[in-house]
Design a protein around this ligand. Structure first.
Ligand SMILES: Nc1nc2c(ncn2[C@@H]2O[C@H](COP(=O)(O)OP(=O)(O)OP(=O)(O)O)[C@@H](O)[C@H]2O)c(=O)[nH]1
Ligand SMILES: [Mg+2]
Length: 321
């Protein structure tokens, strides 16, 4: 029973949309000691979960909470999911990936002071940051972006392959001005973190600049139809589509459609005439890789608000038969 579990090492792996959190957790799972079992809890802003499928394909015990952010509408599902995950997996370690659009303060408070305070041992929170984003005021003025950095113990610049010298200098400025000082500041690519960082200590003295960030925030589902699940908040709009189990996409048409969408984020699992695929696109760079057959094809597309698109219709036109 979960009640008998004590002090399970737990880390928050945070960072803004598409920075490489899932990539980092997948890499950490590869470094897991063979005799340990780890569990992953992932929270998605969109209502159609994709990261869960990515983790499951890697063989991790995973629970997914989709459709908002853990500290707002999903506080209760969050606690239920942790309970279930602990009960079912009895993990030696728990890694939590909150949505990139979420604020970490209430999540941390819930974990440290809430019902799980004796069950979970909250260690260093790791925040990934794409240094190139530090040039863009859309990110540097975003309260969640700022507080993900402020509340992290370990700050890691990811996507260093894309970072120029200006971006690296900005990263160093942001990293060193943060108070209390970070336990560790590092730079990496492909989310490669050292597994030993997970056991670094968490500082209880870190303060959010915007602690009430989500107090009045509502996530408004725009559509309740069985196949389209939209969500909008905070300047972002997510379009989620789930297709019937027997749907199959024309690979070439799908690839062309997704490549031309000017989206902040695209994540999908697709059955195509070239096999099952996971599609993961951030900053206009799209990665595709083969995966095992899934329950259905589904996709989550996040764009800046107020850009009207008929994405559902365009996706349907890529279906075979
Ligand atoms: N160029 C480059 N791409 C990377 C790097 N790390 C991750 N990516 C790519 O960035 C995209 C987003 O990575 P994810 O790990 O899914 O990011 P995330 O933070 O989990 O995304 P959300 O959960 O949607 O917020 C994927 O296509 C990755 O392959 C990196 O170091 N360099
Ligand atoms: Mg992710």
């Amino acid at each position: 029973m979960a009640e008998q579990l004590r002090n399970i090492p737990t880390n928050l792996i945070m960072g803004f949309l598409g920075v490489g959190k899932t990539t980092a957790i997948l890499d950490l799972l590869k470094q897991k000691p063979k005799n340990e079992s780890w569990a992953v809890l992932v929270n998605e802003f969109g209502k159609v979960g994709i990261d869960g499928a990515i983790f499951s394909a890697a063989g991790a015990t995973v629970k997914e909470i989709a459709g908002g952010c853990l500290c707002c509408a999903l506080a209760v599902p969050f606690q239920v999911a942790i309970n279930r995950l602990l009960k079912e997996a009895r993990p030696d370690r728990l890694l939590i990936e909150p949505t990139g659009l979420g604020h970490p303060k209430k999540v941390l408070d819930m974990l440290v002071h809430g019902a799980f305070k004796d069950v979970l041992d909250i260690r260093a929170s790791i925040c990934l940051i794409d240094p190139e984003k530090l040039k863009d005021q859309r990110y540097t003025s975003h309260e969640n972006f700022i507080d993900q950095i402020a509340l992290s113990d370990v700050l890691v610049a990811n996507k260093m392959d894309r970072a120029d010298s200006v971006a690296i200098q900005l990263f160093q400025q942001w990293a060193t001005k943060s108070q209390p000082g970070k336990v560790l500041i590092a730079q990496t690519t492909q989310g490669q973190l050292d597994v030993a960082w997970l056991d670094l200590n968490r500082s209880a003295n870190r303060k959010a600049a915007f602690p009430d960030r989500h107090k009045d925030m509502l996530f408004t589902p725009a559509d309740h139809s069985h196949e389209q699940l939209n969500n909008s908040a905070d300047g972002y709009q997510s379009f989620g589509y789930v297709f019937p189990a027997n749907s199959c996409f024309d690979y070439t048409q799908l690839n062309s459609l997704l490549s031309h969408l000017k989206a902040e984020r695209i994540k999908g699992v697709f059955c195509t005439n070239q096999g099952w695929l996971i599609v993961n696109s951030a900053d206009g760079v799209m990665y595709k890789y083969a995966t095992q057959p899934s329950l259905n094809s589904r996709v989550e597309i996040i764009i800046q608000k107020n850009i009207a698109r008929d994405i559902g219709k365009a996706l349907n036109q890529c279906l075979l038969g």
